[in-house]
Design a protein around this ligand. Structure first.
Ligand SMILES: [Fe+2]
Ligand SMILES: [Fe+2]
Length: 171
């Protein structure tokens, strides 16, 4: 086995949190879609799919390294958003929490001199930079739109799509 029981346990918990993130983003996407902010809805449904992929990436790693998986109970995601700012603020806070969780996993891998895990987790460390930066950009766009949410929608549609093109659509 190429992974410690400690790290298996910690990654299993992270699998639950990534699925939890997927559910959180489905709720946020649904909130925006119900508010007829369809570009934000689309963006967050895509985000939900990404979180699902993150969970599965962790599952695959544990199995490849010879460990076992038992997805933990996942607390209900928030659905009571009071405003677009509230919804995106929740997403940003979530991503900041996840960044700390990923750093904790990396701490375990470093402490255990598990170089394979460090290499694997490096992808998640970089991913969090992208996720936090994306959510804080969206939050500031909503704040600066000064209540003109159609303008914020237009920004998301044009600018974020352009940025993804520049990045080659890398996820
Ligand atoms: Fe994630
Ligand atoms: Fe994320």
């Amino acid at each position: 086995m190429l992974i410690s029981n400690n790290l298996i346990q910690a990654i299993n918990e992270q699998v639950g949190r990534e699925f939890g993130a997927a559910m959180q983003y489905v709720n946020i996407a649904s909130y925006f879609t119900a508010e007829n902010m369809l570009m934000f809805g689309k963006l967050f449904f895509e985000q939900a799919a990404e979180e699902n992929a993150h969970a599965m990436k962790l599952v695959r790693y544990v199995l490849d390294a010879g460990g076992t998986i038992g997805v933990p109970a996942i607390p209900a995601a928030r659905a009571d958003f009071k405003s677009p700012e509230d919804a995106v603020g929740a997403a940003l806070q979530w991503e900041e929490d996840v960044t700390r969780q990923i750093n904790n996993l990396m701490d375990i891998a470093v402490k255990e001199k598990d170089y394979i895990a460090q290499e694997f987790l490096g992808w998640f460390v970089n991913e969090q930079l992208e996720e936090v930066s994306k959510m804080s950009t969206i939050l500031s766009v909503i704040q600066r739109s000064n209540g003109n949410l159609l303008l914020a929608e237009q920004y998301v549609q044009s600018t974020l799509a352009d940025i993804e093109t520049v990045e080659g659509g890398a996820k």
